[in-house]
Design a protein around this ligand. Structure first.
Ligand code: 5GP
Ligand code: ZN
Length: 115
């Protein structure tokens, strides 16, 4: 999609701080981090949100979660843990309409049942 911010990050037209790339998946630091580590994982093929991805390209979910497993392992955060969030649609506050998974780690995370 030519007018999509994250497609432009994949193509390199907009710079990003890359943390991972393979043939399918691209991951980079969120520009406005909500935790010590705040990475965004996206598929190189555009879909608008996780619901559309699950219906149209469910194999992309596997690509994403395998990449998350690799990066969290490489950064040594698997044992202490990490959180995966995807905002799907307006009530969730989705602002960028290229499916992305926030991965937060590196500190004790508040909210979502954490004590
Ligand atoms: P959403 O609110 O759609 O779940 O998440 C969009 C995320 O993209 C936000 O956390 C925001 O900080 C991040 N973001 C927006 N624009 C850019 C950008 O140009 N570069 C990077 N690295 N992150 C961005
Ligand atoms: Zn896109």
């Amino acid at each position: 999609m030519s007018d999509c911010l994250f497609c432009k990050i994949v193509s390199g037209d907009i710079p990003s701080s890359k943390v991972y790339e393979d043939e399918n998946v691209f991951a980079f630091n969120d520009i406005s981090p909500m935790a010590k580590n705040h990475w965004l994982f996206i598929h190189k093929e555009h879909t608008k949100n996780a619901n559309e991805m699950a219906n149209e390209n469910p194999e992309h979910l596997l690509d994403i979660f395998k990449a998350i497993s690799v990066v969290t392992s490489d950064h040594g955060v698997v044992e202490n843990g990490y959180r995966v969030i995807t905002n799907c649609g307006p009530d969730a506050g989705q602002t960028v309409f290229h499916t992305h998974f926030h991965v937060l780690s590196g500190e004790k995370l508040a909210g979502f049942g954490a004590k």
